[in-house]
Design a protein around this ligand. Structure first.
Ligand SMILES: [Zn+2]
Ligand SMILES: [Zn+2]
Length: 166
């Protein structure tokens, strides 16, 4: 099952790289793909490793979406990092790649149904790192009834739907 997923992702990745071949980004090395993303995050770009992490269960349940949205989204992060360095993760360079080169809508976050995962917690973050909030707490944040502040850094916790690792 997962070999099949990986093969599909590799095929899509190759065709995305093909789109880079006659652009200023033609020397982009092919990233590796690993199916080891966990939690409520669909995918992540590991910039220094030139690796794309995908959530295997979400991928299995949302194949089209992953191939058409998540993969180009994360690949665009890697390309931006290689050619522009540390710029805004979803800034104009990333949007240019998504829209003008990959011809994908440039959504900042992934909209996926994660209820099927049976997830009891949602991943939030602050300066200290990541923390899981229960579904009940997450719904309060979503409905703007409550904000949660980290006890250590005193900053408001924010929901991670898509992450770029440094
Ligand atoms: Zn903190
Ligand atoms: Zn992103």
């Amino acid at each position: 099952m997962s070999t099949n997923l990986l093969a599909q992702a590799q095929t899509t990745l190759s065709s995305l790289l093909e789109k880079l071949s006659d652009t200023q980004f033609s020397t982009m090395p092919k990233p590796s793909i690993s199916l080891n993303q966990t939690g409520t995050i669909a995918g992540a770009a590991e910039l220094q490793k030139n690796n794309i992490r995908l959530h295997p269960k979400l991928f299995e349940q949302n194949r089209q979406y992953f191939l058409q949205q998540v993969l180009p989204h994360e690949l665009a992060h890697l390309v931006v990092y290689k050619y522009f360095g540390k710029v805004k993760p979803h800034g104009k360079e990333w949007q240019y790649l998504m829209q003008d080169i990959f011809h994908c809508p440039a959504h900042r976050t992934h909209k996926l149904d994660i209820t099927q995962l049976g997830i009891k917690g949602f991943t939030y973050a602050c300066d200290c790192g990541e923390i899981e909030l229960s579904v009940r707490r997450h719904n309060k944040v979503k409905n703007k009834k409550q904000i949660y502040v980290c006890r250590t850094c005193k900053k408001e916790l924010y929901f991670i739907a898509d992450r770029v690792s440094e």
